[in-house]
Design a protein around this ligand. Structure first.
Ligand code: MOS
Length: 691
């Protein structure tokens, strides 16, 4: 295709092609695919955090009506690769965290399976465990991959000692749990040595490629079908043990497919979570708020079963100029469930400490919080020296300030009171890298009525069904309605994971290349049956420029003087994210991210009881995610731009940046309202009660 992309579908907001089917209940999620004679799985889970399961007495369960099989480590099929501590389940009697799978009951109905699982009598030999995270834990160490864990430039300690103004504080973020509406779900059916999985996943091909070697299968022996997915936030980006458990259990009952939907309570220990972090932030600045030194020492909780560092230092590398820098990241592996991806892993956590600290710097110097950020804009990537693609943080801050009415703000804390409520406003920056993953393939075929476009991409509610059809329509120069898109199946060409906000850039590039290839091979008037395919590689520009999106969050909160109750009144996000392919689905992604940020700020906290290793508030009654009553109208806008360096679409990803910095803007507003500085999230009402 010569010349720039003609965009007639891109930039519009057509309704989702699968929307009507979803509303009518016809769009099938994994659990809903009909099966002949299915069995239902209920897991056996460890109730101690460390030790051994000496004996599983399954006799009462096996004697129960409807129970077909009880899977235990004693009869679990062998695994070809046991290096992944999370996925290599049922290998022996060892227990690494409370909630770990020890087996499963298969029965004719879900109720029978659940009841029978309760009848399995497990004898434990408990060892002392450690599930108490603290930053100064003696087990704290660099992550297994230390490359991303330490950055030093100049001499931060000396610069801090000589700075006019120093902010030195510790900020913490708690366990946070992904709670997609659709739980993690697997339906597994074996036909001899071929495995078919109906799976709730963010990536059918990546999931297949990860489990095939563990099961000792070639990728061609596994088919994963996942056309509709009810949310993921990262928790369905990598397969978790529930998939392995279902596949292994189904192996034991030839001819009968097995269904397992992880319960809401089980999700809190088994499907990943955002690990808690402690962030020791030190800012050294002159009296005008210009940073000379930046120290950021982060520690995150991990699991001895499998390591996952919550890399809070990631965004801190790129946000602000400071000549002397020392950033470190450590992990504390404990006898706890395995943490994993949750929307903007690294960035969402790290921008809590950094962006509250920047607000503290504004307060300490008397410089406006927007101005203090503008004064610390780096000209290039602070530690690699690479130029930024087009860094428009300042444009986002200024556009947001105008729209929010920032100029009318009285900077003094506790300066605005209405009917017993203290009112304040706050700001924070947002950022997220713009990445493209190599290896996605698209196939295009002329049909009698239009064009069939095949790619194994995932739509986890984000709108991939819609935006990929828009991209294909413009790439082929045809009306949007003529695109017959198919996604979510390993029988379709390979696609990379819906993660790291890379989906649109990676899959869209493959579709654009395939359209080019199609035109080259078949011209502009192809006969039905004409077909072409192409693969998209990496984006070479990522080697030469620091490729990031930016944004700015503004929040207004009110806090009851007598009860400490905190309510969010207003929130605005302004983003620079390249070309926006679909304003309707994009707005919804930004709003969703910001809403999760409000959850981080005010509501969400997993209570891991160190005595038992159990997340005790493991349901949506006790672990509160924002509900409609918590969220006022959220305003979103974006800069009108295209980013040619980000790829042929000119678009950067938008799935994650909405959460980044959002929490800090809310608690910064709370400080402006009350004078109380929140450094430990979430901020419940008691944070604002003064004795
Ligand atoms: Mo997202 S946490 O990269 O799926």
């Amino acid at each position: 295709m010569a010349g720039p992309l003609q965009t007639s579908a891109i930039g519009t907001g057509p309704v989702r092609p699968e929307g009507a089917d979803k509303v009518r209940g016809r769009a099938r999620y994994a659990y809903e695919h009909p099966q002949v004679d299915p069995l239902f799985l209920f897991p056996l889970q460890a109730t101690i955090a460390r030790g051994r399961a000496l004996n599983l007495d399954t006799s009462a369960a096996e004697a129960m009506d409807g129970v077909v099989h009880v899977l235990t480590p004693a009869d679990a099929p062998p695994l070809a690769d046991t290096t992944d501590g999370e996925l290599a389940i049922l290998r022996d009697d060892r227990i690494g965290f409370r909630g770990q799978y020890l087996g499963a009951v298969l029965a004719d109905t879900p109720e029978q399976a659940r009841h029978a699982a309760d009848l399995v009598d497990i004898t434990y030999d408990a060892d002392p465990h450690d599930a108490a995270f603290r930053a100064d834990h003696p087990a704290a160490r660099l992550p297994e991959d230390p490359d991303s864990a330490e950055y030093r430039l100049g001499d931060a300690d000396t610069a801090l000692a000589g700075a006019d103004v120093v902010i030195d504080a510790v900020y913490t973020t708690p366990l946070e749990h992904n709670n997609p509406m659709e739980p993690h779900t697997t339906v597994a059916r074996w036909d001899d040595d071929e495995l078919t999985l109906w799976l709730s996943t963010q990536g059918a091909h990546p999931a297949r490629d990860m489990i095939a070697p563990i099961l000792g299968l070639g990728p061609e022996q596994i088919r994963i079908i996942s056309p509709h997915v009810g949310g993921g936030f990262g928790s369905k980006g990598m397969p978790h043990a529930d998939l392995m458990l279902t596949a292994l259990a189904a192996r034991a009952v030839p001819g009968r497919p097995v269904k397992y939907a992880v319960s809401r309570q089980q999700m809190f220990a088994l499907t990943g979570y955002r690990a808690p972090t402690s962030q020791h932030v030190r800012l050294g600045a002159d009296r005008q708020g210009r940073l000379s030194a930046l120290g950021f020492d982060a520690v995150s909780m991990s699991s001895r079963t499998k390591e996952f560092p919550e890399l809070a230092i990631k965004p801190v590398r790129i946000m602000y100029a400071a000549e002397h820098r020392r950033l470190t990241q450590k992990v504390v592996p404990l006898d706890t469930p395995v943490p994993s991806w949750m929307r903007a892993p690294g960035e969402a956590a790290g921008m809590v400490g950094l962006e509250i600290a920047m607000d503290e710097l504004a307060t300490a110097t008397g410089v406006d919080p927007i101005e203090v950020r503008i004064r610390n804009e780096p000209e290039q990537h602070p530690d690699t020296g690479l130029p930024f693609n087009r860094r428009r943080l300042v444009d986002c801050l200024r556009a947001g300030a105008d729209r929010f009415g920032w100029a009318e703000r009285d900077p003094a804390p506790r300066s605005h009171r209405e009917n017993g409520w203290l009112i304040g406003t706050g700001v924070a920056s947002a950022t997220y890298p713009a990445m493209r993953q190599p290896g996605s393939v698209a196939r295009i075929r002329r049909t009698d009525h239009g064009y069939r476009v095949d790619i194994g991409a995932a739509d986890i509610g984000t709108g991939s069904w819609t935006v990929l059809a828009q991209v294909a329509a413009d790439a082929l120069g045809i009306p949007y309605e003529q695109v017959d898109l198919r996604i979510g199946d390993t029988d379709l060409p390979n696609a990379t994971v819906a993660g790291g906000s890379t989906g649109l850039a990676s899959w869209g590039a493959a579709i654009l290349r395939a359209a080019e290839e199609f035109r080259a091979e078949h011209g502009t008037d192809p006969a039905p049956g004409a077909e072409a395919r192409a693969e998209a590689g990496a984006n070479p520009a990522e080697e030469e420029v620091a490729m990031h999106s930016f944004g700015a969050h503004f929040a207004r909160v009110r806090i009851n003087e007598w009860t400490g109750e905190i309510r969010l009144d207003r929130m605005l996000g302004v983003f620079s994210a390249g070309r926006i392919v679909n304003p309707r689905t994009a707005r919804s992604q930004f709003i969703g991210g910001m809403t999760m940020g409000v959850g981080m700020a005010l509501h969400e906290k997993g209570e891991l009881d160190p005595r038992t290793g159990h997340v005790v508030n493991h349901d949506l009654a006790e672990y509160h995610v924002p509900a409609n009553a918590d969220i006022p109208e959220i305003e979103v806008s974006w800069l009108d731009e295209e980013d040619p360096l980000a790829g042929p679409l000119g678009a950067r990803g938008i799935g994650e940046i909405g959460i980044v910095g959002a929490a800090a803007s809310v608690v910064n507003a709370a400080h402006h309202a009350t004078g109380v500085r929140v450094r430990d999230l979430p901020a419940f009402g008691d944070a604002f009660l003064r004795s």
